[in-house]
Design a protein around this ligand. Sequence first.
Ligand SMILES: [Ca+2]
Length: 418
Amino acid sequence: MNAKLSALAICLMMSVLVAVAPAQQLGGQMPADVAAPTHQPAAHGQPAPAETQPTSQPGQQPVVSDRTFLERDGAVIVEVESVPPAGDWQAETDLKGYTGRCYYTWRGADLFNQPGQGAMGYRIRIVTPGRYNLRLHNRHDFDDATEENDVWTRMDDGKWTKCYSSWRGRWVWHSAHEHSHDEKVPASYELTAGDHVFYLSGRSKNFSVDRFVLYRGGNEHAGKPLMEGPESAMLPERTPSPAVPDLPAGAEQLPKVADAWREGMLGEAYFFSRRPRTSAGADVLAAVEHYAVTQQEAISKLAEEAPLAAAAMMRQLARQLAPAPHAGRMVPLAAQWENSPAGKDARAATDLLTEARKLAADLPDAKAAATQPALQARYDEVLPRIAARIDAIRTRFPETRARAFAETLAGELGIGQQ
Ligand SMILES: [Ca+2]
């Protein structure tokens, strides 16, 4: 198999590993938090866009990731290929300068009035509410930079909005939302704390998207260092339900409590319910207590198999529950998992896997290498470096989750046991 094909195969395989198969989505059963978000939809604070429609076409269910990317320090970074390509999106690797395994190009027709075709949904969990800038790592190569330069974007059940870039012929982060012909602004969303789903769908043919970043900050340049960073941590597939429970009946009478609860800030709700003592307040305290205990139990069960993922989830739970006293016992637990022998092994194995994947992304095409000595030299230099890292994972960290991903990579590159 030549290297380009194999890179694509790996790309697709990784996508399938981390995402719901499209067929499952086409069954008509959307995950509960897509069909009916637990949290208030993000307030977009914008007038009705000129070129959008409220919903996608019937029969065009989006492909939605079943993992959730976690915001950390005000940023979420996601490779577009973390969800399998939907509709006429195609995974490609020809235009170097992308990150991760590949990028997606819309190879279907122009859909200037039909948002929601080939829609892909990316689950994200926001801890710090606020206005988040959206930047797509994108590229379009048509001679006229104002053509073939856009994609549809949507947050939760908000409006589909055209997102475009004005630069052609190279990978850029420029991303503007066109709310109307007179209102073209840097793309951004107001996000509440809690879970959201960000969607992309095809608009202009030959437009490519590689990864996207959502980051807090006031200006264009604040997110620049983030764009070079690694993809955000994810919750694993078997994540215990992160949905915030319903507000206890009666707590509507406590406006501060109800507001905090709807924002997903259960610790704040707990704090505001303590005094004065009321029966509605007591119900809130009991509900938070129950949520804290059940979530902690569920996450603890994951800790042995996936100590780092469990630690990340526990830290998220602690943030959600601060300043309630429950949060205080969760952070040391997360640190304990991270610093355990299994946690340290998982970190080291993950670091090796990341290195191997980065090298694999730069591996020249094997066929091209066979006819070009310079490429062949590079191929011969890079492949053993990938093999060395895979071998290190096999021998030093055979029990980690990274091992399975390393074997997939080895299989695709034809790297056998050493
Ligand atoms: Ca990518």
